[in-house]
Design a protein around this ligand. Structure first.
Ligand code: RFL
Ligand code: PHB
Length: 389
């Protein structure tokens, strides 16, 4: 088999790139290790920056998103019983979009199927060959048979545990990592959201977040121990703990119900440099991870896709390799700023096991400064809605 671009990973990064390239007449084959239902069963991101929404529109897959999304002009930040709003529109003239990763992935799968373009599910043993040469290829096993695709370029969109990053030799690859001593326990429930805007809440008992997917689907998170498992938390325990960590008015307004999904995610910051090796380009979680506090994971994947998409167009349409050569540098410049914002928001809002009384005072001073200072709010808002590409 032969194609122009092999895309490893059928998550949002891989599918978005595939759809954008398809619209420009560039052939791709997407290889996905799992099934479509498995990928759509993962409940993850919910907040999209304007850059992401623009790419969905450019890919021609934003009809349902534009119809069903919520637009949020600000977010609430709470500590103890205090709360304040950071207004994005006032400070940046823009807003963020609430639309679940599950829904946008479904839209991308539907578009790929409607276009009759290829996604190979259930692939095993994917191996990248000769990425450092002009003739790369990818082999994999499907139902026990070895397959091979020759191609011009490879996009490694296979998430944190994929094979693409590991293909970059250790002599070239540099990895930066920070793990946090806690996780997030998330619950999805068919209940109306507690508030119109998200509430990021720092409490003595740990962090909590009130988010949503639609008018009757809420997403809540609480900071938990890394040793916890979702089975340790009954629905009742979860709702009781959430109520203790959010301001009284929200706790009273909270409508609870049966959880339809409950999972724990560890928090990690991670960056791999470079993001390109020869004809292999890493995108999204394959190259970098942020703690979810700033809602930046999926949005940073989108900026990678933007740079790679434009680099590939420049190469295929104008035979100009400048965009591809500068891919890693451009993507990383934006990634590190999203890493910094996610790290600082995580530090500001969570309880850490070894925190001293002094550390707690520092957190409180930072929250009060943000509440009182318009310039600090503007900086927060600029980062939250997304830095320019
Ligand atoms: P994904 O989604 O992990 O997809 C990678 C795909 O590659 C497949 N794969 C392979 N396929 C073929 N061969 C192999 N060897 C393969 N190995 C793996 C996998 O099966 C999978 O289908 O990566 P991608 O596409 O880069 O997308 C990244 C996003 O999923 C991620 O950054 C976000 O979910 C992060 N995130 C959030 N991001 C936001 O921008 N806003 C948010 O509000 C937000 N909330 C979150 C989040 C992540 C969370 N968790 C669970 C980590 C909330 C949470 C709780
Ligand atoms: C979500 O709705 O899943 C969500 C929202 C904001 C975040 C993280 C997750 O910062």
């Amino acid at each position: 088999m032969r194609t122009q671009v092999v895309i490893i990973g059928g998550g949002p990064s891989g599918l978005l790139l595939a759809q954008l390239l398809h619209r420009k007449g560039i052939d791709t084959i997407v290889l996905e290790r799992k099934t479509r239902d498995y990928v759509l069963g993962r409940i993850r991101a919910g907040i999209l920056e304007v850059g992401f929404v623009d790419l969905m529109r450019e890919a021609g897959v934003a009809t349902r998103l534009d119809r069903e999304c919520f637009t949020h002009d600000g977010t609430l930040i709470a500590y103890g019983n205090e709360q304040f709003e950071v207004n994005f529109r006032k400070h940046t003239g823009t807003s963020v979009t609430v639309y679940g990763q599950t829904e946008l992935t479904r839209d991308l799968y539907d578009a790929r199927e409607a276009a009759g373009a290829e996604i190979v599910f259930n692939v095993e043993d994917v191996v990248i060959h000769d990425a450092g040469t002009d003739r790369p290829s990818v082999t994999y096993r499907l139902e026990g048979n070895e397959q091979r695709i020759d191609c011009d370029y490879i996009a490694g969109c296979d998430g944190f545990h994929g094979v693409s990053r590991q293909t970059i030799p250790l002599s070239v690859r540099r990895e930066y990592e920070k793990t946090y001593p806690f996780g997030w326990l998330g619950v999805l429930s068919e209940t109306p959201p507690v508030n119109e805007e998200l509430i990021y809440s720092s409490s003595e008992r740990g962090f909590a977040l009130c988010s949503m997917r639609n008018a009757n689907l809420s997403r809540y998170y609480i900071q938990c121990l890394l040793s916890d498992s979702p089975q340790d938390w009954s629905d009742q325990m979860f709702w009781d703990e959430l109520r203790r960590r959010i301001p009284d008015a929200a706790a009273e307004a909270l409508i609870t119900g049966a959880s339809i999904e409950k999972s724990i995610a560890p928090l990690r910051s991670f960056v791999c440099e470079p993001m390109r090796w020869g004809r292999l380009f890493l995108c999204g979680d394959a190259a970098h991870i942020v703690p979810p506090t700033g809602a930046k994971g999926l949005n940073t994947a989108a900026s990678d896709i933007y740079y790679l998409y434009h680099g590939l167009i420049q190469q295929f349409e104008d035979n100009d390799s400048e965009g591809l050569e500068r891919y890693s540098e451009k993507a990383l410049a934006r990634v590190w700023k999203a890493e910094r914002f996610s790290w600082s928001m995580t530090n500001m809002l969570h309880r850490f096991p070894e925190q001293s009384a002094f550390d707690l005072k520092m957190q409180r001073a930072e929250l009060e400064f943000l509440r009182e200072n318009e310039t600090a709010q503007k900086v927060f808002a600029q980062n939250y809605v997304g830095l320019p590409y």
